[in-house]
Design a binder for this molecule. Structure first.
Ligand code: HSE
Length: 426
């Protein structure tokens, strides 16, 4: 039976989950996959943590050099996260011809070209299913299952922390700060939640996923990004009345006009499948030109779900050593023939507080007309002490027209404040 030796760099949450799956299921993998997978060593600064997880003392390596020089190690699993030392460790592993399996979205997103170049030079594999949407096999689906298609779009909820926060805000009417606190208490959100709540984590994943989906490099710099920190309980309540739920969406489209990649909060109709993806769950909807819609749903984080994706890559490496790289000619920057669309088209929810006097509405409508923005719905809410809330939904319009419209509205003396701008994806 084919033997496969694994080293795990980092015995945190994902490292621990990976170790458990590999050790609990060794016999199962021997029977079902015809592979004898052993954990040859782990690299973890906190030796006690590795011991507590059941790793034998003699299998805890003291340095990356010790891991790399171990001839029994075929696959190096990097689950440290962040850029350094993860990147240097991965490069060293690849340089020595070992296949790398990683969950590190930031590293893959920012250093993909460099890592893939090194892997190709050494005929080593570079696999990263766990980097995007945890246990949901989205990368495998793109490379093996939907590869007959030109993928036209992918739309997903690919960050569990923000989905948990927005679900709590929607279901309990809580404000952003208290929903965040709850997410932190439960261990979903980190002490410094910036990467999740400002949309960086989702943008890293979208950059990787859209590159795989559209078979061309989509660098992070081309992904429009907006987080959820400005979303208020009021916006969610108004959205609810209009039949919408709010989600942090990652949207990638490949159209004749170019590639559109954006991460931002958006209202989606409450009846849409994506609207019922709640709590920390993730989902991705693909549209292929032959298959039509395909939707995947599951856990995007956690020890065992992410460990599941890591182990699936380890098994893949053991069974298919010849298929190891991205499906496109990787480049450092976007290919010069790739056009990007930043002036995208969608509908918009706009909330203003305005003065309560004659002529205000027509003046505001005039600004929308000036920038050729057609209105679908205008609702004047009950007046408050500081003015009248006005909720506006537009028809499909250009992003740049809306930005100009808001700039002009902000300058009107009748407009007390422009409170929110939320895209509406129907
Ligand atoms: N922090 C991520 C999330 C999981 O909340 O979905 C790892 O990417």
């Amino acid at each position: 039976m084919k033997k496969l030796g694994v080293a795990i760099l980092g015995m945190g949450v994902v490292g621990g989950g990976t170790y458990k799956i590999l050790t609990d299921n060794r016999e199962y993998f021997r029977r079902t996959q015809k592979l004898d997978i052993t954990v040859e060593c782990v690299l973890e600064r906190n030796r006690q943590r590795a011991l507590d997880l059941g790793v034998e003392e003699e299998r805890i390596a003291s340095s990356i050099e010790e891991v790399i020089s171990n001839p029994n190690v075929d696959v190096v699993v990097e689950v440290i996260g962040g850029i350094e030392p993860a990147r240097s460790f991965v490069l060293q592993a690849l340089m020595s011809g070992k296949t790398v399996v990683t969950s590190n979205k930031e590293m893959v997103c920012k250093h993909w070209y460099e890592l893939e170049e090194e892997a190709k030079k050494m005929n080593a594999g570079l696999l990263f299913e766990a980097s995007c949407v945890g246990g949901v096999p989205i990368i495998r689906t793109l490379t093996d299952g939907t590869q007959a298609n030109h993928i036209l779009s992918l739309v997903g909820i690919i960050n569990g922390t923000t989905n948990y926060i927005l679900t709590k805000m929607e279901q309990e009417g809580s404000d952003y700060a208290s929903a965040l606190k709850e997410a932190q208490n439960l261990g979903y959100a980190e002490f410094n939640p910036t990467a999740d709540v400002e949309g960086f984590d989702a943008a890293y994943k979208l950059s990787i996923l859209s590159s795989m989906a559209f078979n061309k490099r989509i660098p992070l710099e081309n992904v429009y990004r907006e987080g959820i920190t400005k979303i208020t309980a009021e916006d969610i309540a108004y959205g609810k009345k209009l039949g919408y739920k709010i989600k942090l969406l990652a949207i990638g489209k490949d159209t004749p006009a170019g590639v559109e990649v954006r991460v931002h909060p958006a209202f989606v109709p409450a009846g849409e499948m994506l609207a019922s993806v709640n709590d920390s769950f993730n989902a991705v909807k693909l549209v292929g030109d032959s298959v039509g819609e395909v939707m995947l749903y599951g856990r995007g984080a956690g020890a065992l779900p992410t460990g599941s994706a890591i182990v699936s890559d380890i098994i893949f490496a053991g069974k298919h050593p010849e298929i190891a790289y991205s499906t496109f000619e990787n480049t450092k920057e976007a290919d010069k023939n790739t056009k990007f669309v930043s002036d995208f088209t969608t509908k918009y929810f706009i909330r203003l507080t305005v003065e309560d006097k004659a002529g205000v509405l027509s003046k505001i409508a005039g600004v929308f007309a000036k920038y050729n923005v057609s209105l679908k719905e205008v609702k004047q809410e009950v007046a408050k002490a500081n003015g009248v809330p006005l909720v506006i939904i537009t028809h499909e319009t250009q992003e740049f027209s809306i930005r100009k419209t808001l700039e002009k509205l902000e300058s009107l003396e009748e407009v007390i404040s422009v409170d929110s701008l939320i895209r509406v994806e129907e």
